[in-house]
Design a binder for this molecule. Structure first.
Ligand code: DC
Length: 245
């Protein structure tokens, strides 16, 4: 297995910002696992499918190609050959993705895909269960947290930056619901992995969190030497693991 850094935590804790910067600084591959769940939610929603229909979900997975490419500064998500990087960021997809993420068949399918992505080189991955389930032997595990109001403010600002205005109370409520679903689901619930370094970022700027994460990674004896520059992901999308591979 390559050198893997996992950054888990609740939604809008700052994982993406931190993971992308850390991956860019170290020249590691950036793996946004939430984007994979979002892409499957997009496909399910667009096809009029339901999370209740287990057979339909299995059929959908068997007919899905999903891949990541690009750099930490400009990551891309490919769903069945189409770049869906923008379309997976709507509040509707956010909501459906936490339901899709509770399905064991989806999680199993994505565990295989996430592990195969880590074969491309040293990785900084962000998600909910990377340190606990996907990469239990990861070299470095981080759990990034912040209080709900801070996270709601960050998410509202991020949405506004993309031209989507949502009242803070509504964002807070959505975050609350998704947290509850992510933390209480039977399969791979969100929690800090054993041995994870926990960083509470409510009173820290992203720069301070990045420096702390870099310090922890560089202190690991297996940390690869710096590469020439930020790694790109994969070549343009080709075949990706399918259910049953
Ligand atoms: O990080 P995000 O908001 O893009 O994640 C979207 C949803 O996917 C979120 O509700 C939790 C789920 N998720 C998960 O269950 N496990 C992961 N490793 C990543 C995301």
């Amino acid at each position: 297995m390559s050198f893997v850094v996992t950054i888990d935590g609740p939604s809008a804790a700052g994982k993406s910002t931190v993971a992308r910067e850390v991956a860019a600084r170290l020249g590691f591959l950036y793996v946004d696992t939430g984007a994979l769940y979002r892409a499957l939610a997009l496909k399910l929603g667009a096809g009029g499918g339901s999370v209740e229909d287990a057979e339909g979900i299995e059929r959908m997975l068997a007919a899905t190609r999903l891949d990541l490419s690009g750099s930490p500064a400009e990551p891309h998500v490919w769903l069945d050959g189409e770049d869906v990087s923008g379309r997976i960021r709507t509040p509707e997809v956010s909501e459906l993705s936490s339901r899709v993420a509770a399905l064991p068949a989806v999680r199993r399918w994505l565990v295989r895909l996430q592990r195969s992505l880590s074969e491309r080189g040293p990785v900084v991955g962000e998600g909910r269960d990377l340190g606990t389930v996907v990469f239990p032997d990861a070299a470095v595990k981080i759990y990034l947290d912040a209080d709900p109001l801070t996270r709601a403010r960050r998410r509202a600002a991020e949405l506004e930056g993309r031209g989507i205005r949502v009242p803070l109370e509504q964002v807070l409520e959505e975050i609350d619901q998704r947290d509850r679903r992510d933390r209480t689901r039977a399969h791979s619930p969100l929690r800090a992995a054993e041995g994870a370094v926990v960083i509470e970022s409510s009173r820290l700027g992203p720069g301070a969190v990045v420096e702390e994460v870099l310090r922890v990674i560089r202190a690991h004896p297996g940390c690869p030497p710096p590469a020439g520059g930020p790694r790109t992901g994969s070549p343009p999308p080709g075949p990706s693991p399918r259910s049953g591979d």
